[in-house]
Design a protein around this ligand. Structure first.
Ligand SMILES: Nc1ncnc2c1ncn2[C@@H]1O[C@H](COP(=O)(O)OP(=O)(O)OP(=O)(O)O)[C@@H](O)[C@H]1O
Length: 458
């Protein structure tokens, strides 16, 4: 019996790995860690596939496959439940198991079975369902991972209050996006949303930027200027990079937070303000407080509702969805045909560490849309900083599992075995004795000698 599988983005026929599953009455589906369907047995295809988009190579996050299954993948957990389908198929019992190979999450196996208990007419799971639904502005923020869902629910709750919010997270994780969603989902949405980047304005100008100035306040102040706090009256002010605010300005900000009033630079009139404050930073404010660089009282005033945005690395399962989102968004903006990425190219993006987070992903997709001349973008079309990491991941998948767990039983191997693997890896990655030697900090002659010794080259 022939079984179709997907390997490296291509359909291949195999009689080996999944042969036994073909004899099962139960529907069986295997989904990899990035959400791609790698295998479906005949029973699943004939009896349990209720959405045409559920096919080999499809990503489950783009199908109507049940949330229970998506949840099992994002949580890397076993989940049992009864699904009720509105058509003639009735109740189906679903069980999922996470697959771990050498402590690395590889995906899930999903088993579908017709339920004998026809009386069950509501879904039962051992997981508590999220009862709160995301509202309009938050549904636009892409992400299905548990971590981002928690952030969005917290941000939605924050939007219903007037308390100060402090958003933490590395650059490009979406802090500004979340703060806008909080504002536009709040009762202040008709008021202005005003942003100021505290890190981008020189220390001597920040006071007049925040609070404005009166005519003649300093040389060059030819007429009165309204500051950001006045502009934001009735709305929200977003203080980005709050950790960069100089200490003397921190005192003034504290007064606005406590008394809701300030004076323009060079002015005597006290101005009342009605502004909701959302601050953001990627700096460690707690450490700054300890070192005396950030006022403790201001820290507590700001940190009323803390929201931590995870890096993209911490929620890799959102990468395929974000890729899809940016392809649609950017190709529309640039008036270009949407590109397609091969399954392997998506996997490659999945394994990259994304130091610049979602912004970096957005920029890469834009670059691919602008430069791509092919129908399908392959791994070789991706920037080398991304493919280098992928090569190492592939090496690991082929058996090289890192120095400590080099042997499958977890024991250390002989020193020479490590050396051989390192030389092999370096030559594969850098192609020449010279470059490999440079990377390893040894001479090209040593690399060449060792490569011969271990029969890596003739
Ligand atoms: N979950 C998401 N869904 C869709 N787009 C996102 C998401 N997260 C971030 N983006 C996009 O990524 C880009 C960077 O986001 P944003 O400017 O909000 O990050 P940031 O954390 O404020 O960055 P910085 O700290 O550098 O100011 C923006 O174009 C934003 O629209």
């Amino acid at each position: 019996m022939k079984i179709i599988k997907i390997k490296n983005g291509k359909k291949v026929y195999s009689e080996d790995d999944y042969y036994l599953f073909e004899h099962s009455e139960d529907g069986i589906c295997i989904i990899n860690e990035a959400g791609f369907i790698e295998y479906m047995n005949t029973s699943f295809t004939n009896k349990f596939r209720f959405d045409k988009k559920i096919e080999l190579g499809a990503n489950i996050f783009k199908t109507k496959i049940d949330d229970l299954i998506k949840k099992s993948l994002t949580r890397k957990k076993c989940i049992k439940g009864t699904l009720v389908y509105s058509n003639s198929h009735g109740c189906v019992e679903v069980t999922t198991w996470p697959i771990f190979l050498e402590n690395k999450f590889k995906g899930i196996i999903v088993l579908f079975r017709n339920s004998k208990n026809k009386l069950i007419d509501s879904r039962e799971t051992n997981e508590s369902e999220e009862t709160i639904k995301l509202e309009r502005y938050f549904t636009k923020i892409v992400g299905k991972s548990e971590r981002i869902k928690k952030v969005l629910l917290m941000a939605q709750k924050a939007s219903k209050s007037i308390s100060t919010v402090l958003i933490r997270g590395k650059s490009g994780t979406g802090k500004e996006l979340i703060s806008k969603a909080i504002h536009y989902n709040s009762s202040r949405s008709k008021g202005p949303f005003v942003k100021i980047n505290c890190g981008a304005i020189p220390a001597n100008l920040i006071e007049s930027e925040l609070f404005g100035y009166e005519e003649g306040a300093f040389t060059g102040a030819v007429r009165r200027k309204i500051g950001k706090f006045e502009q934001a009256n009735g709305g929200t002010i977003f203080l980005d990079e709050i950790g960069d605010l100089p200490l003397n300005m921190q005192v003034k900000l504290l007064r606005v937070l406590q008394e809701k009033e300030f004076e323009r630079v060079g002015g005597i009139e006290t101005i009342k303000t009605d502004v909701r404050i959302i601050a953001a930073t990627n700096r460690n404010l707690e450490e700054m407080v300890e070192n005396g660089q950030f006022r403790e009282d201001l820290y507590y005033r700001l940190n009323v509702i803390p929201i931590y945005l995870p890096s993209l690395q911490e929620r890799r399962e959102d990468i395929p969805l974000l890729i899809d989102h940016f392809i649609k968004k950017i190709s529309k903006k640039l008036n270009k045909e949407p590109i397609k990425l091969s399954e392997e190219a998506i996997k490659c993006l999945y394994y990259y560490d994304w130091p610049g987070n979602v912004r970096e992903l957005e920029n890469i997709i834009e670059r691919l849309i602008v430069l791509s001349e092919k129908d399908v973008v392959e791994v070789t079309d991706l920037p080398t900083q991304i493919t280098n990491i992928y090569e190492i991941v592939c090496e690991k998948e082929k058996g090289y599992t890192g120095l400590v767990n080099f042997k499958s039983n977890g024991e250390l191997a002989k020193f020479e075995e490590y050396e051989k693997e390192i030389i092999k890896l370096a030559l594969k990655k850098y192609k020449s004795f010279n470059a490999a030697g440079k990377a390893l900090g040894i001479t090209h002659r040593t690399v060449a000698n060792k490569a011969r010794k271990y029969n890596i080259v003739d």
